[in-house]
Design a protein around this ligand. Structure first.
Ligand code: SF4
Length: 480
């Protein structure tokens, strides 16, 4: 198998003759506490508390509310100039007291921010001080989650939240015959799909964490209250007694590794179950861990996805796509579009990751050509590359809309945030059934954009399908 190292991948990104190192413009990632807050949204009766300035919590709430269109509570210790100089301890103590007394949650997740990490507040020590001063009272669990945003993105934030929750709660007792599944930042519908797959397999999962009900809730007049659904503290405790932990986002597996090291719970970390191959791997892993045969229902769902791929093939074949977003999602969607007959041409992620490169090497070898890779780059770089490398479809979050408009191509919205459409809770691409919805939706978008009412291609929008240029891509990797 041909292996590509980081410098070879970088060559792709700099081969455009464009080099911008002075700043990040329109980043493809968000700050660490954002990921941690999203993990906390899936814990039952939990309150996330940002130890930082008011603006940090407002920013999280703003993005989450306009994406999910649900009421979201994020508390803040609301630091100001004085507390920055003298330390944020009084504010954190006051916030813990107020939240415990007024909202009575089961758990408070205390996320640090750039500010409090920089001034060096000892969050664990302050929590201990509060607990010592309130011995005998019925206090919530208080979990410290270190999330300095200058040292990682929302992906690391989610990972750290899961690790902190597991470290705090996991306790060895009776084996439970369950499987822990670490999810990452996925839509409620995608989580429902994971639950459905586990139901079909007759396996009880512990989801880390389960936002499926909380972030797609019925209309309720009591707008602001704690989430009544989600992963319970008992389930968090029970993670130490499961058969295995499967991380479906490779970059969120620190909790799984901790459980493996401390409690010998097997850890399996694989690509997101999107499309045929990656879903096959997920199903096979669950079946292997639980010693099961794959049920007929699942085999049938797989067949339905294969059927949709064939049905849609005429419209999708050799369409060039550019994908941006979180590393786990970008690489999994790239593979799925390749399975659909499309050509992933430009991939842009906001982080550097050896695991991304591992998956990329596999994909490149399977595809037989090397796409343009923008690793640790932003949407400014992405747009520049697209100027000289036209594609037919953009796939990513709402921040891609202006780029799609500029190049007069459609944007297929997935990822976070999506604030210019409704129904983001119901965007689904996980598993065979989610895959069917994805293929239907993206193919119909192609039909809307590139075909007329009679079903003929619109000539002036004709795509960059060009067998000759395709041949140039083919086996470019082996020629080097
Ligand atoms: S990047 Fe830092 S300062 Fe900005 S919102 Fe995130 S935690 Fe707060």
């Amino acid at each position: 198998m041909t292996k590509f190292k980081r410098n070879e991948i970088e060559e792709c990104s700099t081969s455009e003759g464009f080099n911008k190192e002075f700043a990040v413009v329109n980043p493809t990632k968000m700050c660490q506490p954002m990921g941690a807050v999203q993990a906390m949204m899936g814990v039952k009766n939990a309150m996330p508390l940002i130890h930082g300035s008011q603006g940090c919590a407002t920013y999280m709430r703003f993005q989450l509310i306009r994406h999910y269109r649900e009421p979201i509570e994020v508390a803040s210790t609301s630091l100001n100039e004085k507390t920055v100089i003298y330390g944020g301890e009084p504010n954190l103590l006051k916030a813990l007291k107020n939240i415990s007394e007024k909202q009575n949650p089961d758990i408070i997740g205390v996320m640090s921010s750039c500010l409090t990490e920089t001034i060096g507040d000892d969050v664990d020590g302050i929590i201990k001080k509060f607990e010592d001063a309130n011995i005998g009272k019925n206090l919530p669990a208080m979990v410290s989650i270190p999330t300095p945003s200058y040292a990682g993105s929302h992906v690391e934030g989610y990972d750290k939240a899961i690790l902190s929750l597991i470290k705090y709660f996991a306790r060895e007792s009776v084996p439970n015959n369950k499987v822990n599944i670490i999810l990452g930042n996925l839509s409620p519908s995608n989580l429902v799909e994971i639950k459905n797959i586990m139901k079909d397999l007759n396996v009880e999962p512990i989801l880390l964490t389960d936002t499926s009900e909380n972030l797609d809730a019925p209309l309720n007049e009591k707008a602001l209250k704690l989430h009544e659904f989600g992963t319970s503290l008992d389930e968090l405790r029970d993670t130490a007694n499961s058969k295995a932990t499967i991380s479906i986002t490779k970059h969120n597996d620190s909790g799984a590794k901790y459980l493996e090291k401390k409690f010998s719970i097997r850890s399996i970390s694989k690509s997101m179950p999107i499309g045929i191959r990656n879903t096959d791997i997920f199903i096979k892993n669950v079946c292997k861990v639980m010693d099961l045969d794959i049920p007929k229902k699942i085999i049938r769902d797989r067949g339905r996805l294969a059927d949709v791929l064939v049905d849609a093939h005429a419209y999708n074949y050799r369409r060039k796509v550019a994908i941006f977003g979180d590393v786990d999602m970008v690489i999994a969607i790239a593979r799925f579009t390749y399975e659909m007959g499309m050509m992933p041409k430009v991939l842009c992620v906001g982080a550097e990751s050896p695991r991304f490169r591992e998956d990329l090497n596999e994909l490149i070898n399977d595809m037989g050509y090397k796409p343009i890779i923008l690793e640790n780059k932003d949407l400014f770089d992405f747009e520049k590359v697209l100027e000289s490398n036209p594609v037919d479809i953009l796939i990513g979050n709402a921040y891609g809309a202006s780029i799609a408009n500029k190049f007069n191509i459609p944007l297929f919205r997935i990822g976070f945030p999506i604030f210019d459409r409704i129904g983001t809770q119901r965007i689904k691409f996980i598993g065979y059934t989610g895959g069917i919805e994805f293929v239907d939706a993206i193919t119909n978008m192609i039909l809307d954009f590139y075909y007329d009412d009679e079903g003929y291609k619109v000539e002036d929008k004709e795509l960059s399908f060009d067998p000759q240029s395709f041949d140039e891509y083919l086996f470019e990797s082996s020629a080097k």
